[in-house]
Ligand binder design. Structure first.
Ligand code: AMP
Length: 212
C-alpha cells in the first residue's frame, strides 16, 4: 500500500506521518529526512543539498528519484509506505506512478497564516529529528524528550525561506493533485493535532476498505 501525504510546510505532515506509521505499520519515508541525513554526513553531495534546503529550494527531480528509488528498494518498504514530502513536482509524481500504484492521497489543508505561525514555533531535534511545536511541546524547553538531543529551528523554517517554500508549494506541488483526483482525502489541518489525526486515521481506514 502506498499512501501520499501532501500539504504545505507546517500543515503537520511529519508529525501525522510519524503517528500514523506507528499505528498502521506503514513505513514512514520522509524525503526531507533522507536529505537531511545526507547533509549531516558532510559528503560533497550533502553540502550541496544543505545549501538548497537552507534556501528553501527544491532538490533536482532526477536526484530525488534516485534517492527515493534506493529507499523503496529496502525490504521494509514492502510493508507499505507512507510518503511524506514526495512527490513535490509533477515530473516526480509521474515517475512515481510509473513505478508503483498509489492507493491513497491524504491532503492536509491549512491557510498560510496558520502554517506560518506554526512553523515559527517549530523545533527539531538535531540528533533524532523529532519535531516539536505548539501542539507537541518538549517536556523541557530546548531538549528532546526522546534522546535528550538539542532542539533547533531549521534554517528553512526561518521567515524568508518559509515564504519561498510556500510559493514553491503552490506553484510546483499543488498541481500534482490533479493526477490523483479520485484518491484524495482532504483533511483540515488548521485544527488541533488529535482531531487532524482522527480524520487521517479515518482516511486511511476508508482507503484500506476501498482497496479490499
Ligand atoms: P521537508 O522536511 O519535507 O519540509 O523537506 C525539507 C527540504 O528538503 C525541502 O524544502 C526541499 O528543499 C527538500 N525536499 C524534500 N523532499 C523533496 C522532494 N520530493 N523534491 C525536492 N526537494 C525536496
Amino acid at each position: 500500500m502506498i499512501v501520499l501525504l501532501v500539504g504545505p510546510q507546517g500543515a503537520g505532515k511529519g508529525t501525522v506521518a510519524e503517528r500514523l506509521s506507528k499505528e498502521s505499520g506503514l513505513v514512514h519515508i520522509s524525503t526531507g529526512d533522507l536529505l537531511r541525513a545526507e547533509a549531516k554526513s558532510g559528503s560533497d553531495l550533502g553540502k550541496k543539498l544543505a545549501a538548497i534546503m537552507e534556501a528553501g529550494g527544491l532538490v533536482d527531480d532526477n536526484l530525488m528519484l534516485d534517492i527515493l528509488e534506493k529507499r523503496l528498494a529496502q525490504p521494509d518498504a514492502k510493508m507499505g509506505v507512507l510518503l511524506d514530502g514526495f512527490p513535490r513536482t509533477v515530473p516526480q509524481a509521474k515517475a512515481l506512478n510509473d513505478r508503483v500504484i498509489v492507493d491513497c492521497v491524504i491532503q492536509l489543508t491549512a491557510p498560510d497564516e496558520v502554517v506560518i505561525a506554526r512553523i515559527s514555533n517549530r523545533w527539531q531535534c538535531r540528533n533524532c529529528g523529532t519535531i516539536y511545536g505548539v501542539d507537541v511541546p518538549p517536556k523541557t524547553a530546548g531538549i528532546c524528550d526522546k534522546c535528550q538531543g538539542e532542539l533547533y529551528q531549521r534554517k528553512d523554517d526561518q521567515p524568508d525561506a518559509v515564504k519561498k517554500r510556500l510559493a514553491t508549494y503552490y506553484k510546483e506541488t499543488e498541481p500534482i493533485l490533479a493526477l490523483y483526483t479520485d484518491l484524495i482525502k482532504k483533511v483540515d489541518a488548521s485544527r488541533k493535532l488529535d482531531v487532524i489525526l482522527q480524520d487521517c486515521r479515518q482516511a486511511l481506514a476508508d482507503c484500506r476498505n476501498s482497496d479490499g
